[in-house]
Structure formats: C-alpha cells, structure tokens
Design a binder for this molecule. Structure first.
Ligand code: SUD
Length: 203
C-alpha cells in the first residue's frame, strides 16, 4: 500500500466590491479576493496539493489564468478535476491540513463551517480536514490572503491489470506442473534463476 504526500500554496489580494469565498464558503466581509476565478485561495492551494501528490502538474496547467472560460469560475470545478486525477492515479485522501495567513477576517469563529464545507467538497469526513489561521505578523501583508495545504493520499490497492495477472498465473501453473512431473525447475515464477534441486542431497 503506497502513500503519497502533496503540498499546495496560493495567494490573492483583497479587493473591495468582490464577494469573499474561502473553502467554498461565502463569508460576510467588506472585501473579497481578486482573481481570474472566484479567488478561493484555500481551494486553489488544496487543488495544487492534490495535483502535486499524484505528479499531475498544477492548477495553472489545467486552468490557465489567460483562458476566458475560467473567468469568475467557482473553484470547486478546479478541485473536482484534481480529485479525478487522484482517483485515476489509484489513490484516495487520508487527511488534509491547511494554514490560512490573513489579517482579517478571523478564521477561528468559522473554522467549523470551513471544515464542513471543505470536507463536503472533498468527499471526506470533517475530522479529516485541518483548518488553521495565522496573522501575517511582520510581513506587511494585511491586504493579501495566503493559503498553504498539505494532503496525504493512500493507494486504493487496485490490482495489476488483468492481462498481467493472467500471465503470472499461467507461469505459476507451468512451474507447478513441471515440478509435479519431475522436470528440473531452473526458473522461478518471478523469472529468477533457481538452483536445481538434487535428490542426492537428501542421502
Ligand atoms: C485559478 C485560476 C483560474 O484561471 O486563476 P486565479 O483565480 O487564481 O486568478 C488559475 O488556474 C490560477 O493559476 P495559477 O497557477 O495560480 O496562476 P499563476 O501562478 O499565474 O501560474 C500560471 C502557470 O504558470 C506557471 N508558472 C508560474 C510562475 C512561474 N514563475 N513559472 C511558471 O511556470 C504555473 O506553474 C502555472 O501553471
């Protein structure tokens, strides 16, 4: 059972007159996050963490900021694509952890709702999502929202392709038959050389 780790990061500037959406949740605030899409900094970081975990590129390679199709797009669309990449690679989410760096709004009072929203979008349990926040102290970045995300994946344990399994089984049956009829076995099922068994060794 293989495991893989992914990390994602994003930043967006605050802008007046734009709705604030974080983790798929609409939040009451005088400013929102400027972006080509809905500016959901948290979902963008999570999307990149998922894509990175399966070495599938990044959000910008799938959804270029230059492409007018993604203007004002809901970031759940990007997340959905990343989830499909994870499933196609044969993995599922174990847990995810995030850090939001922003002066305002305060995240702790809405962390429970954020966790529920992100968990629903990811198809995991709220207890498998971490939501934390930091004030950008000493960074002079009060006009910016930053998000970091890490994700742990585990293999779904999808068996080998049927053809390969059949070939292995055929090889193993061949070895068993040859052993039963007394033919000298010189190659194992895995193709490694095996020292021929000599009955004289028993005497
Ligand atoms: C979600 C979207 C929807 O259009 O827009 P926003 O809402 O953030 O504006 C985009 O996917 C948001 O893509 P994002 O990846 O954050 O944008 P950028 O940072 O500008 O990177 C765009 C592309 O350029 C690549 N890139 C970026 C910087 C750099 N020095 N070298 C690069 O090769 C990135 O890997 C990415 O593939």
């Amino acid at each position: 059972m293989g495991m893989r780790i992914g990390y994602g990061y994003d930043s967006h500037a605050f802008k007046a007159g734009v709705p604030l959406v974080i983790g798929g949740l609409a939040i009451e605030h005088p400013e929102g996050l400027a972006g080509h899409s809905d500016g959901d900094v948290l979902l963008h970081a999570i999307t990149d963490a998922l894509l990175g975990a399966v070495s599938a590129g990044d959000i910008g390679t799938f959804f270029p900021p230059s492409d007018p199709r993604w203007k004002g797009a809901a970031s759940s669309v990007f997340l959905q694509t990343a989830l499909e990449e994870v499933a196609t690679a044969g993995y599922k989410i174990v847990n995810i952890d995030t850090v939001l760096v922003m002066a305002k709004p305060k995240i702790v009072p809405i962390a429970g709702e954020l966790r529920e929203s992100v968990a629903t979008l990811l198809g995991v349990k709220p207890g498998e999502v971490g939501i934390k926040a930091k004030t950008p102290e000493g960074l002079d970045q009060d006009h910016v929202a930053v998000a970091h995300a890490t994700v742990l994946l585990e293999s779904l344990g999808i068996p080998e392709p049927v053809g390969a399994m059949a070939a292995t089984a055929e090889n193993e049956i061949d070895v068993v038959v040859k052993t039963l009829v007394g033919e000298t076995r010189s190659v194992s099922a895995l193709g490694r050389k095996v020292t021929p068994f000599d009955t004289d060794d028993l005497t």
